[in-house]
Ligand binder design. Structure first.
Ligand code: NOJ
Length: 455
């Protein structure tokens, strides 16, 4: 590992990426806010899902989490102190519209106004994600993402957000990782709302694709000088060996995990040729949909953590592919059991560069969970710091080669609720003691501050 050497020489700093490169951190409402039922807020699907027994690691929930709702000033000031100029956060739909549609919550709007204004006052640029997985439960009760009416619910929600925050927020992302919230939430049932099977997954995918484009159109119409993107999870997919059937299997996984949501937005429709089962999605499509799925995003946010190694399997329905888990491959892993594979981020930047019609590319998430401990007031998370150095070197390689790459956001500012894994994996640059709410900047956080402002 040459991370240590780099660190010593201190030559590898943000300066190498040029003045116009955007640096930031990302968070999401449900993972940090807490205040789950304060004022008008009603439950989201994650409030409901986490109240069930046995679905989340040790039955954790995010009723309080980091209590960012009350601690936002302290946290944003920390961000400033750490030299981080851009803050990506999401809006909680059910805080703004407790029933998903209809009545607007004044207290919900006021809360986000406070956050936006406090960021701006401290010269931190807000980057807002409209939807980071916390659908109002009231809408799930009507079918959630499987109901085509979500297109008009989302239209209303986006309009309300644009009208209330668009005067000050210019950077918008429509959806966060649609493949994850449809795949884990509507196919595997391991995320909220816990639905399973193709008959839930396919309509959810299609309606999310429509909302992705429609959201973009609304923001473009209502927000002057908006800079509009959406975000995709992506992993470099490698076949276990060069056998034809494994190579084909890798192509199918790549189509599902990396191509499914971007291609329709570029006018290429869904990748039916590679994954024929996707033709079943046409049952949910109207003739005008292919056109309506298109939007000319100003930027694409890519979120990369690892790669996947796959092999053909007759026994797995639909895709016929098995993922060879990292712990079985004797490689370095994070606490999520994800392989540490820095090249993956370079491969993904390259892959998204290859699409005609992709204008700008930002890494809107990258990070790692490791076992952290506070010892004598310090979290000496060398592994995380090395993770960042090694991944960032790959981002730099892409930039040097002339690929489009315009910014990088760390996942995440502080330890928080990691969905089905609860509070077990800690991803933050800042350690959070969930009992006392004490924040401790980890060594990786200190390193990142220096990387951003070396002098
Ligand atoms: C993707 C998601 O957007 C975020 O919510 C999650 O915590 C991180 N990746 C880490 O799994």
């Amino acid at each position: 590992m040459d991370a240590e050497e780099n660190l010593k020489s201190r030559k590898f700093t943000s300066k190498k990426f040029g003045k116009n490169f955007t640096w930031g951190v990302s968070v999401a409402a449900y993972q940090i806010e807490g205040a789950h039922d304060l004022h008008d807020k009603k439950p989201s699907i994650w409030d409901t899902f986490t109240s069930k027994k046995g679905v989340i690691h040790q039955d954790h929930h995010a009723k309080k989490s980091c209590d960012f709702y009350h601690n936002y000033e302290e946290d944003i000031l920390l961000l400033k102190k750490m030299n981080i100029p851009n803050f990506r956060f999401s809006l909680s739909w059910s805080r703004i519209l407790p029933d998903g549609i209809g009545q607007i919550s004044e207290s919900g709007i006021a809360y986000y106004n406070r956050i936006i204004d406090f960021c701006l006052k401290n010269e931190i640029t807000p980057w807002v994600t409209l939807y980071h997985w916390d659908l109002p439960q009231a809408l799930e009760d009507k079918g959630g993402w499987t109901n085509r009416a979500i297109v008009s619910w989302f239209e209303y929600y986006t309009t309300v957000c644009a009208e209330h925050f668009g005067d000050r927020v210019k950077n918008w992302m429509i959806l966060n990782e649609p493949m994850v919230f449809t795949g884990a939430g509507y196919f595997l049932g391991v995320h909220a709302p816990g639905k399973k099977g193709l008959s839930n997954f396919l309509p959810a995918v299609h309606h999310a694709t429509l909302c992705q484009a429609l959201g973009g159109r609304i923001i473009r119409k209502l927000v002057t000088n908006a800079f509009i993107g959406t975000t995709f999870s992506c992993s470099y997919i490698t076949p276990i060996n060069k056998k034809y059937k494994n190579v084909q299997a890798a192509k199918r996984v790549d189509a599902m995990l990396n191509r499914l949501f971007i291609e329709p937005s570029l006018g290429m429709d869904y990748p039916y040729k590679t994954v024929p089962i996707l033709k079943k999605i046409q049952k949910y499509m109207l003739p005008s949909d292919v056109e309506n799925m298109i939007f000319d995003f100003d930027f694409i946010g890519i979120q990369n953590y690892t790669r996947e190694v796959v092999k053909h399997s007759y026994f797995v329905p639909y895709l016929g592919v098995k993922i060879v888990e990292a712990p079985k491959r004797n490689v370095d892993t994070t606490l999520m059991n994800w392989e540490v594979y820095p090249k993956s981020i370079y491969k993904m930047i390259k892959k998204f560069n290859a699409y005609e019609g992709v204008n700008k590319i930002f890494i809107t998430e990258n990070g790692a969970a490791f076992k952290d401990a506070v010892i004598d007031g310090k979290v000496n998370d060398v592994e995380r710091r090395n993770f960042f150095i090694n991944y960032l070197q790959q981002v730099y390689k892409a930039k040097k080669k002339g690929l489009k790459i315009d910014g990088y956001f760390v996942w995440t500012l502080m330890d928080n609720f990691e969905w089905a894994e609860g509070y077990h994996p800690r991803f933050g640059l800042i350690h959070v003691d969930f009992k006392t709410q004490k924040r401790t900047v980890k060594e990786s956080g200190k390193w990142f501050s220096k990387f951003l402002k070396p002098d």
